[in-house]
Design a protein around this ligand. Structure first.
Ligand SMILES: C[S@@+](CC[C@H](N)C(=O)[O-])C[C@H]1O[C@@H](n2cnc3c(N)ncnc32)[C@H](O)[C@@H]1O
Length: 359
């Protein structure tokens, strides 16, 4: 079965020009691209990798992905940027899941770039993939990553071309949502030009993408990289203006529900022994005194993030508990919750207190 991946001009230009411009603007002003090696992790068609190779002219750009869509790159790019062959500083590799890039490549990368990738990396291998990427990075090397849409945001399901309702994935039971996706008629979507057979395959593909999202949050991805020895240099988050429904706000924080994008630049931190044998962090931009302050600050930020993650995990556990038991059980449970919340011993006391407060 063929699934077409039509790349329209807007998508191509966004990846080839805009993303490359943003990336360049985020890197330190004195970063020497001409001498650098860049890894595009999860490169898909490789349009951004091509943009780096052609427009930033680094020594080498390597695109890796578990799929092999890069084979279509020349066809996609040819007419648009007037080339007949791909540039010699650009290479692509299809890799196995969790393949060790620190072993595959005998050199270190100066920059690891990952755009809209880490929400797709299976949670079963996420820790080891990030640790290996860290091992593949040169001392003081950079990691640039972006994730959008984040899972708990209105269209974090990645189903937005088929489901109009914001946060549908956090509210509908999965089989109902599945029916909405599979029953969506072609006429009402952007896939009008696809054959019926392709359209069915595309829907199945998009559903499978939804099912394999790892649900990572902005705080969690930052925490994972910091745990592996990266220091955050710059961070940017965007928030939706859509107001989340009340029932979701009772379960998740408004911050989590409205944050739809995170962009982060990390730098690999080298651990060195100071003269008094205390291990300090050094960053090229800081002296050692500042490095100790940076260490304390980054420790506090990590702790705050870890606490936020813990709260979110507990929220998610509660939600799953509610979802897994029938209303017959949740009703009394909610009553007990209310009793606890209002400090009452019996339902009768609770009802009296509620009546009292309504007067
Ligand atoms: C949404 S696409 C983003 C593609 C590209 N970065 C872009 O923005 O144009 C996510 C890509 O991550 C890749 N991916 C998912 N898990 C991966 C893994 N463990 N290792 C490498 N690539 C992975 C997928 O195959 C997919 O091509």
């Amino acid at each position: 079965m063929i699934i077409t991946n039509r790349i329209d001009d807007n998508t191509f230009n966004g990846k080839y020009y805009d993303v490359v411009d943003v990336f360049k603007q985020w890197m330190p002003k004195d970063f020497d691209f001409s001498n650098s090696t860049i890894l595009d992790f999860g490169c898909e068609h490789g349009i951004m990798a091509l943009g780096f190779a052609m427009r930033l002219k680094p020594k080498k750009v390597i695109g890796v992905d578990i799929q092999k869509h890069h084979l279509d790159l020349l066809d996609i790019a040819k007419a648009r940027i007037n080339i007949n062959i791909l540039p010699s500083n650009l290479e692509f590799y299809q890799i196995a899941l969790a393949e060790k890039l620190s072993v595959k490549f005998k050199f270190k990368f100066d920059v690891i770039f990952a755009w809209s990738v880490f929400e797709h990396v299976s949670q079963l291998i996420l820790d080891e993939v990030i640790a290996d990427l860290h091992n593949s990075l040169s001392d003081n090397g950079f990691v640039f990553l972006q994730i959008t849409p984040l899972y708990y945001s209105p269209f974090g399901s990645h189903l937005e071309t088929l489901v109009d309702e914001p946060w549908a994935h956090l509210q509908m039971q999965n089989n109902v949502l599945h029916d909405v996706v599979m029953n969506k008629s072609k006429n009402a979507t952007i896939y009008k030009a696809e054959s019926n057979e392709n359209y069915e395959a595309i829907k199945a593909n998009i559903w499978s993408c939804y099912e394999t999202l790892n649900k990572i949050t902005a705080d969690e991805i930052i925490e994972l990289f910091e745990r592996n020895g990266s220091t955050m240099k710059r961070e940017y988050r965007t928030k939706t203006a859509i107001q989340p429904p009340k029932n979701l706000c009772n379960i998740y924080s408004q911050e989590i529900l409205q944050t739809d994008q995170v962009v982060v630049l990390f730098q690999k931190t080298k651990l060195v022994e100071s003269p008094n044998t205390k291990t300090v962090l050094t960053c090229p931009q800081y002296g050692t005194g500042d490095a100790q302050i940076a260490e304390v600050n980054s420790g506090l930020q990590s702790k705050e993030r870890a606490l936020n993650m813990e709260i979110r995990r507990k929220d998610a556990q509660l939600k799953e508990l509610y979802a897994s038991i029938s209303w017959r059980i949740t009703c009394p449970l909610r009553s007990v919750g209310k009793l606890l919340k209002f400090g009452k011993k019996t339902i009768h006391d609770l009802l009296l207190a509620e009546k009292e407060s309504q007067r």
